[in-house]
Design a protein around this ligand. Structure first.
Ligand code: HEM
Length: 255
């Protein structure tokens, strides 16, 4: 039976052809969401290097500036990475706003689902929408700082930002929002695409485990930056240089 015949038989022949775009946009939303969630895990692990040592955080920051390739750091390389992340965030946000309830009636329906039916997945969806909305503003502030002042990333300069420039409240709220948002998002992706093929109950347990892990890691890192920032509050502007770099530079001057 031809495609046209089927359309005639089900009474859709005179209706406009269905567009493939909603499905394509859905796929784009999933891909950008997956990318950003994985990026966040990597980002949190790198930011947490401060818990290991100041040298470790310094080395990671310089690595992204190309220091170990060119023998000198080029912070604009970090700005390029931030620029790319901004593009992905904007694409993801654009795809996401299509799904936001656009009037009070739609909000009431989803809240009723979540509350009256005690439907956990609907409740998670509401949390994802709220945290995503919050991230529009919080992430913009953070990404703006990172793209404009990429040279100010390091054990001391990051800590001055966190403590003396008062950015820690922003990071605290953003940490909660982003970890909830990313883990709920990944959970919803696994349910949607059916991989890995585990029960929803197991997936939810994994999700809460990962959320707790990254929240604790992020919180401890934030406290570490706040502590360094507090201890150095009277020496804002001073930059951290590992001993081996100081010795290398001294050696080069003498040589
Ligand atoms: C390429 C883009 C990004 C770069 C280079 C970057 C870099 C950094 C750095 C260096 C810190 C340590 C504190 C500081 O220096 O101010 C930090 C902290 C943080 N970033 Fe990012 N970031 C990026 C993107 C994002 C995005 C997209 C989010 C989430 C929306 C995010 C969320 C956070 C949070 C929550 C903290 C605080 C972490 C903590 O608890 O210690 N970052 N980021």
């Amino acid at each position: 039976m031809s495609h046209e015949t089927i359309l005639i038989q089900v009474g859709l022949a005179d209706k406009p052809r269905k567009s493939r775009w909603p499905a394509r946009l859905d796929l784009l939303q999933s891909i950008t969401g997956l990318f950003l969630a994985l990026f966040m895990w990597g980002h949190m692990t790198l930011v947490a290097s401060i818990l290991w040592s100041k040298d470790a955080m310094w080395t990671i920051a310089r690595f992204f500036e190309g220091y170990f390739i060119f023998g000198k750091g080029y912070p604009w390389l970090v700005s390029c990475i931030v620029g790319f992340i901004i593009l992905v965030v904007v694409a993801h946000a654009l795809m996401a706003v299509r799904k936001f309830p656009i009037n009070y009636r739609q909000w009431r329906v989803i809240h009723a689902h979540a509350k009256m039916m005690k439907h956990e997945d609907s409740t998670l969806w509401v949390w994802q929408a709220y945290t995503g909305f919050l991230l529009f503003f919080l992430a913009s502030a953070h990404l703006y700082q990172m793209i404009i002042w990429p040279q100010n990333i390091g054990p001391y300069v990051s800590s001055y930002r966190v403590w003396s420039e008062g950015v820690w409240p922003l990071y605290l709220v953003m940490l909660l929002a982003v970890e909830l948002h990313a883990c709920i998002g990944l959970y919803r992706l696994t349910v949607k695409w059916g991989w890995p093929n585990l029960s929803r109950e197991t997936l939810r347990k994994v999700k809460w485990g990962l959320t707790a892990f990254f929240l604790v890691l992020g919180f401890l890192s934030l406290v570490a930056y706040m502590k360094i920032g507090y201890e150095h509050r009277t020496r804002v502007g001073e930059r951290y240089t590992p001993t081996w770099v100081v010795e290398k530079e001294r050696g080069a001057q003498q040589g």
